[in-house]
Structures are given as structure tokens and as C-alpha cells.
Design a protein around this ligand. Structure first.
Ligand code: FE2
Ligand code: FE2
Length: 311
């Protein structure tokens, strides 16, 4: 399975140099549907994007000369192009948050500090393993959110267009860091052990950092006692559509010795976005195509007969 899936998607990777001007209007203080807790849950993740992207790019660059497979090398170069543009756009989004007085810069600084310590102490192969783990997280978050564009119905159109462009490109290159790691580290049992350790380290460091950063942002925003927002966040993360439950479930297969990122082949939903983007060059229209696709998608009702998904 995993071997058959290897290199699926290499022809999907396209670096689209799109600039989304971000400002205080389209990145509102509570940009995620006016909801403070969910906004800061997203902010805690997105704050780490620019530095995280530069770390995974750097890690891939350091492995380029060790790569045996020219296709992996070519994909790695295209991956680096995509991530460079993502980092640029998210820098601008984070800056808009700071202009609102949301201390995203402080949260970014914590991530940078941890990243520097890890970079200083870990081998290239271990960093490459952590990059593969991070990229798996971004792939499963992107996959879940591509399936649920309705979550962003009340988010500014420019911002959600930017986020969905990023989710699509994260999905396109979801196997690259993994394949770079396997190729550069030589594969086999040693690579498997490094891969498992990299994921465990990413979870052990990443989870408390994200929870701490989100709590800090909520506290600084004076929203700690906003219990309805807290309840809404728990519902969104764990009940409907259960973003975090789905993300955590998506981590488990990573520990299989035969795992490959394209075991979850979500090209069908990617192509909904890509077909419209290629035709129009408009990421907003491409997001709207995903939204229409979601409305039309049948779901199975309690009596097992397919019903149309409500808007
Ligand atoms: Fe990215
Ligand atoms: Fe990525």
C-alpha cells in the first residue's frame, strides 16, 4: 500500500505565487466567525507557521545533497518554493493580528526559542524526522478543513481564500518531507525508529506549546470567562465537526511501519479547488467551489439513505 502510494501527488505540486493583502479589516480581532476561543485556537497554530515553514524548508535544503532519488529532489525543490510563499503570507496575517493588540509576536517568539534549541541540539536526520511529523500534522489539519469549508462561512472572504490556498498546497506536498526523510536517512529500521521518535517529540513539545500559547492569547484578550465561546470551541473541536478528534485520529496511522502520507488520498477534493483556480486564477472562486461541493455532498442519514448536506 505504502509503496504503491509513494510519489502520488508529485505532479500535483504547484507553487502559486499569490499575494493576499492582510490588514486589520480582513484579519478581524476575532476573525474566525467572531468567536474568540476558536480564533485563538487557530492563532496558536498559525502563529507558528512562518517560522515552522522556514524550519522545514531549511531541513529539506540540508538533505538535498543526500537524496538518491531525483524525483524526491525535484519535489523537495518545489516544496521549498511553496513554503517560502506561505511563510511570507502568514507573516502578514500575524502582523495584522499584532496591530489589533493580539500578542501573536510573543507566541511566535516562544516557538522560535524552542525551534532554535531543537535545531542546535538535533542531527539533520532527526530534524528531518520532526519536519515530516509537522508536515503530517499540517496535512491532516488541511484535509479535515478542506472537508469542512462551511466552518469559515463568517470569516472574511480574503482571509479564507488565503487559508484554503494554503490548505490545498499543504495537501499537494504532504508526502515530500516524509519522502525526503526516508530517502536521506536511508530507510529501514533506523529510519522507522527515528520517524516514531520524531513524531513523539513533535507531540510532546508541540501540544503543550500550543495549549499554553492559546491560553495566553485568551487571557491577554480578556476572554477567559467567555464560557459560551469556550463551549463552542469544545463542540467544534470534539463533537461537530470534531476537528481535533479527527486530527488526533489521523496521527495514529503514522506509527505504522508501512505508513505513507498518500494512504489518505484526498485528491478528489483538491481537484475541486484546482479546477476552478486553473480556470479563473481566483482563489476566492476556488474556495466557493469547495463550499458548493460541500453543500452538494450527500451525507448518510440515520436511516442510511443519502440526504443533501444543508448549507
Ligand atoms: Fe505551508
Ligand atoms: Fe507544508
Amino acid at each position: 500500500m505504502a509503496l504503491a502510494n509513494r510519489k502520488i501527488g508529485y505532479d500535483e505540486i504547484v507553487a502559486r505565487d499569490i499575494h493576499f493583502p492582510m490588514n486589520q479589516e480582513n484579519v478581524a480581532r476575532h476573525w474566525f466567525n467572531g468567536d474568540p476561543w476558536m480564533t485563538h485556537w487557530m492563532n496558536a497554530i498559525l502563529a507558528a507557521v512562518p517560522d515552522g515553514e522556514r524550519w522545514v524548508m531549511n531541513s529539506a535544503r540540508r538533505q538535498l545533497d543526500k537524496l538518491q532519488d531525483p524525483l524526491v529532489r525535484k519535489a523537495a525543490i518545489e516544496f521549498i518554493r511553496q513554503e517560502r510563499i506561505h511563510a511570507r503570507e502568514h507573516d502578514e496575517m500575524n502582523a495584522a493580528g499584532v496591530q489589533h493588540g493580539v500578542p501573536i509576536d510573543k507566541v511566535e517568539a516562544v516557538f522560535k526559542l524552542i525551534r532554535k534549541q531543537l535545531q542546535h541540539r538535533l542531527s539533520d536526520d532527526m530534524q528531518s524526522s520532526i519536519a515530516a511529523a509537522f508536515e503530517h500534522f499540517t496535512a491532516i489539519i488541511s484535509s479535515v478543513l478542506l472537508d469542512h469549508p462551511e466552518l469559515f462561512d463568517d470569516t472574511h472572504p480574503e482571509l479564507r481564500a488565503m487559508l484554503y490556498w494554503h490548505f490545498v498546497e499543504e495537501s499537494e506536498h504532504k508526502s515530500v518531507s516524509y519522502d525526503v526523510f526516508v530517502d536521506a536517512s536511508g530507510g529501514g529500521l533506523r529510519a522507522y525508529r527515528l520517524r516514531v521518535f520524531g513524531m513523539l517529540l513533535a507531540v510532546a513539545v508541540g501540544m503543550p506549546t500550543m495549549i499554553g500559547n492559546q491560553s495566553f492569547l485568551i487571557y491577554k484578550d480578556r476572554q477567559l470567562l467567555n464560557l459560551s465561546s469556550a463551549g463552542n470551541m469544545l463542540k467544534t473541536l470534539f463533537i461537530k465537526p470534531a476537528i481535533l478528534s479527527k486530527v488526533l485520529a489521523g496521527v495514529i496511522p503514522y506509527f505504522s511501519p508501512t505508513f505513507h502520507p498518500w494512504d489518505d488520498d484526498n485528491r478528489a477534493v483538491l481537484h475541486v479547488w484546482k479546477r476552478v483556480y486553473e480556470k479563473t486564477g481566483d482563489p476566492t472562486a476556488a474556495y466557493e467551489a469547495l463550499r458548493r461541493h460541500r453543500r452538494a455532498r450527500p451525507v448518510v442519514s440515520a436511516d442510511a439513505s443519502p440526504v443533501a448536506q444543508p448549507a
